[in-house]
Design a binder for this molecule. Structure first.
Ligand SMILES: NC(=O)c1ccc[n+]([C@@H]2O[C@H](COP(=O)([O-])OP(=O)(O)OC[C@H]3O[C@@H](n4cnc5c(N)ncnc54)[C@H](O)[C@@H]3O)[C@@H](O)[C@H]2O)c1
Length: 221
């Protein structure tokens, strides 16, 4: 097994591979918790739900090739991936828009177990202020700037109605947030250097609907 050299950077890793790294990390965590110390690429690929050639190619970007006849060291590979995707670090996160979705996100324990610490829940509606969700006070949206500065927040989550999302993103960017996870419909305009990931469950459902339609027509999925 070889380590990635310091001259290579995370930017060299294709986006599709980056998107699969958390899946491998989750599969390796499960293997580690089950007491497995080494695993073949086939076993890891099966646990992660990808084919093994793709897995080997993905891991080669990390400089991790496993050992012939032995496979991958589960804990070492898990550490390598964690370092690559930044989950060895503590990431303070702010969530804006504490309605139905904001409540669900705030209550989701999976963030904290992966290194994402929700430092503030913000909402523009005064009737929501003071409510405690998952042990955190809902505060006015106008506190955004001071919270970002105080906690060094780099990642913001938008769970407001679509009409408010661009203005929320603008305020986030202006005070130093450089990554946004957007649940609201529509495309956000952000300056270069700011990353936006959009989550749209209806798009995922539409993709499934497309496959269902093809299955119904007797075509291979
Ligand atoms: N991407 C997905 O898969 C997915 C799934 C469900 C909901 N959504 C979207 O998430 C968003 C929230 O949905 P919801 O059901 O929680 O809505 P909601 O109406 O229950 O909550 C929205 C919250 O945003 C607050 N808000 C409005 N304008 C604001 C502003 N300018 N600054 C700060 N807070 C503001 C409101 O006071 C409210 O509390 C919507 O855009 C919805 O379409 C996306």
């Amino acid at each position: 097994m070889t380590a990635r050299t310091s001259t290579e950077s995370a930017r060299d890793i294709p986006e599709a591979t980056v998107a699969r790294l958390p899946v491998y990390h989750r599969a390796l965590t499960a293997l580690s918790e089950a007491g497995t110390s080494t695993c073949s690429s086939e076993a890891l690929a099966a646990a992660a739900g990808v084919n093994s050639a793709k897995l080997r190619k993905d891991l080669s970007y990390l400089g991790s090739y496993g050992t012939r006849g032995v496979g991958y060291d589960v804990d070492y590979l898990r550490y390598q991936i964690a370092r690559e995707i930044g989950v060895t670090q503590d990431w303070p996160v702010v969530i804006v828009g504490i309605g139905n979705l904001g409540h669900a996100l705030a209550n989701y324990s999976g963030f904290s177990s992966r290194g994402f610490r929700t430092v503030a829940l913000l909402d523009a509606d005064p009737s929501r202020h003071g409510e405690v969700v998952a042990g955190i006070n809902v505060r006015p949206f106008d506190d955004l700037e001071s919270i970002v500065a105080e906690h060094g927040v780099a990642i913001g989550v938008i769970a407001t109605p679509a009409v408010a999302a661009q203005a929320v993103a603008d305020r986030m960017v202006a005070c130093g947030v450089t990554s946004i996870l957007n649940f609201a419909a529509g495309v956000l305009a952000v300056p270069a250097g700011v990353d936006v990931r959009k989550v749209d469950l209806s798009v995922e459902l539409q993709v499934l609907a497309y496959h269902e339609q093809r299955k119904a027509q007797g075509e291979p999925a």
